[in-house]
Write a protein that binds this ligand. Structure first.
Ligand code: G6P
Length: 614
């Protein structure tokens, strides 16, 4: 949530910063700003409400020169998205400017203290309080900026990734982090900093991930220095990025979301690569193999996640309980972290997160760790905070996901959970060898089956137009398809702003059936595996009340075809693998409805991809 970028070197900073902000816009897009020091040592701040493109317009007639600068794209937490609340924020003297991603929880008390000392505030943000505090400390203690930052951060409760410019030190950026991500790119005579590596990759593949409570002193022409807020010197650990620029571009697609939906045949192949070995008929997940005993002795598995990742967790629960016979609970991280849960030493906590930065999931992990549980992470972003906070884990390896609505990361999370469930089951001898091999074989066929589904994209696009009138949708499924109903509904809500509810099909009669009339589209995942006949009865109940049924059916199913108003066929597969196929048409349906409605598919209102605040 909120993207930050910085540059110091010999190039024009503004162009690099703006390009970087565009790459980070998925993190928030309600206001944007930039601070630059020009060659006359003037510190210029330009900021405005709205997206980065508005900032570009706004700054087009301004002095944007300078080879040092910081920039920000915001997702509002404290204070509305207004020009005044946009970052960077000046200090009282306007000698310092700061950008911030995170929340300063004790800002109100600090603000009162500063007001009592004569400080005035231009915004209602917590960020402005921090930069004012830094200036206050710098002035009264007559210290340099680094020491003032260090002292201020010791008084702060909350999360931060910050970067500060000082017009009196025009060759230095001070940056620090706690619980919000910050990466420093190390180039030839230049440094970059950003919330993730995407703004950096086209200039250098050498990066240093800052750890919690570390402060970086990034000085022109000097080696990078890192110290902790308790003044311990750290040696910067340079890592090589494995990311290509083409992964960050839309190519021939109109939206990243569509590109990412279409990438799923490849992304699931990438996710299985080196893990499913059909020569020896086995699954090799190193994060599992290295800690096999933990899984074999686990009395319980708790899966914790947010949003779409939580839906993947539900499918994980079905699979782990079915195959590995270990009790599983699935928890929203935001509830789990505060509800005083019972966590035992022989529990395994699986944290699922695309970004690896979700604040609630990170906090849930910390709680589980304190209680002695073993933590297994399923993340997409390599080197992310959650990936680093876990004891072991498994990356999804689908490459950057940029559309705010998760698609390819979701199917890969489901695939990893299925591979994990089968691995545990095999090791525990809880699954018959033939059954295991059949599922393994079917798994390898999934990418080709996805390609078949993607061929009907044009049909889905056409028939999506019929439903743009709707202001409500119901999604129904049973068994493994129930989480898919939830996820289908979430996709539609997120990007088309149509209210949609996912429900277990049999629960319909306990409430949602009252909503059904000729106006109500009901999407039913009615594939032939699992409780097919029971779902057919549910469809009949909807038709009896004149609801419009859009059914996801298995190829060749003539029964549901006759009952439903519209059908989307998917190839046959094993019951536990259906989610990997059924998700695709639901993603496409949501996408096309949103496009026809003229919605901003990749950056839906009020949402952000990486939620680093609780
Ligand atoms: C946000 C995103 C969702 C995502 C959720 C959890 O709400 O918009 O797409 O599912 O955060 O994010 P994570 O990165 O932890 O999977």
């Amino acid at each position: 949530m909120c993207g930050i970028v910085g540059y110091i070197g010999n190039k024009d900073a503004y162009q690099i910063l703006i390009k970087g902000l565009h790459r980070l816009e998925y993190r928030g897009y309600d206001s944007a700003g930039v601070a630059l020091i020009n060659k006359n040592k003037q510190l210029n701040v330009y900021k405005t409400k709205g997206k980065v493109a508005y900032l570009e317009d706004f700054a087009s007639d301004k002095d944007t020169s300078g080879t040092i600068g910081i920039a920000h794209t915001r997702w509002a937490t404290h204070g509305e998205p207004t020009n005044a609340n946009a970052h960077p924020h000046y200090s009282q003297s306007e000698k310092l400017a700061m950008i911030h991603n995170g929340i300063i929880e004790n800002y109100a008390v600090l603000k009162e203290q500063l007001i009592a000392k004569g400080y005035t505030f231009q915004s209602s943000t917590d960020t402005e309080v921090l930069i004012q505090l830094i200036e206050f400390i710098k002035t009264i203690h007559k210290t340099d900026l680094f020491t003032a930052v260090q002292m201020a951060l010791n008084q702060i409760v909350g999360a931060y990734a910050i970067a500060i410019l000082d017009k009196e030190n025009p060759d230095t950026i001070i940056a620090a982090r706690k619980s919000s991500p910050l990466v420093i790119g190390v180039g030839e005579d230049e440094y970059f900093l950003a919330s993730d590596a995407t703004p950096i990759i086209e200039y250098t593949n050498k990066v240093v991930y800052l750890n919690d409570e570390e402060i970086a002193i990034i000085k022109r022409g000097e080696p990078l220095k890192i110290k902790t807020i308790s003044n311990i010197e750290k040696t910067p650990q340079i890592q090589q990025l494995e990311l290509s620029l083409s992964q960050l571009e839309k190519g021939n697609y109109n939206h990243f979301m569509l590109k990412e939906i279409f990438e799923q045949a490849k992304s699931l192949t990438d996710c299985m690569r080196g893990r499913i070995n059909t020569d020896v008929n086995n699954i090799a997940l190193s994060g599992f193999i290295d800690h096999k005993e933990k899984f074999l002795n686990a009395k319980r598995i708790i899966i914790t996640a947010c949003g779409t990742s939580w839906h993947a967790g539900l499918i994980g629960m079905y699979a782990i309980e079915e195959f590995a016979r270990i009790p599983v609970e699935v928890e929203y991280s935001s509830e789990f972290r505060y509800r005083k849960p019972v966590i035992n030493k022989d529990d395994i906590v699986i944290a699922i997160s695309q970004s690896g930065e979700t604040a609630d999931t990170l906090a849930a992990i910390e709680l589980a760790k304190k209680n002695g549980a073993f933590i297994f992470g399923i993340c997409n972003v390599v080197g992310s905070s959650i990936a680093r906070a876990t004891d072991s884990g498994c990356y999804t390896h689908v490459g950057p996901e940029i559309g705010v609505a998760s698609t390819k990361a979701f199917t890969a999370q489901v695939l990893v959970l299925l591979m994990l469930a089968l691995s545990i089951a095999k090791e525990k001898k809880a699954i018959e060898e033939n059954h295991f091999l059949n599922i393994l074989h079917e798994m390898t066929l999934i990418p080709d089956k996805i390609k078949t589904i993607l061929k009907i994209n044009d049909n889905i696009e056409k028939f999506s137009q019929i439903f743009t009138y709707a202001s409500n949708f119901i999604y129904l499924g049973r068994g493994y398809n129930y989480p898919i109903a939830l996820e289908g509904a979430l996709k539609l809500k997120e990007i088309s702003y149509i209210h949609a509810e996912g429900y277990p099909a049999a629960e319909m009669k306990h409430g949602p059936i009252a909503l059904i009339n000729a106006e109500m589209p009901v999407v039913v995942i009615a594939t032939n595996a699992g409780m097919y006949e029971k779902v057919v009865s549910n469809i009949q109940e909807i038709k009896a009340r004149k609801g419009k049924v859009i059914a996801i059916i298995t190829e060749g199913d003539e029964v549901v075809r006759k009952l439903a108003d519209y059908c989307i066929q998917i190839p046959e597969t094993k019951e536990c693998l259906v989610p990997l196929l059924a998700s695709i048409p639901l993603q496409l349906l949501a996408y096309h409805i949103a496009v026809v409605k003229g919605c901003d598919v990749d950056q839906p209102r009020n949402l952000a991809k990486s939620v680093t605040v609780e």
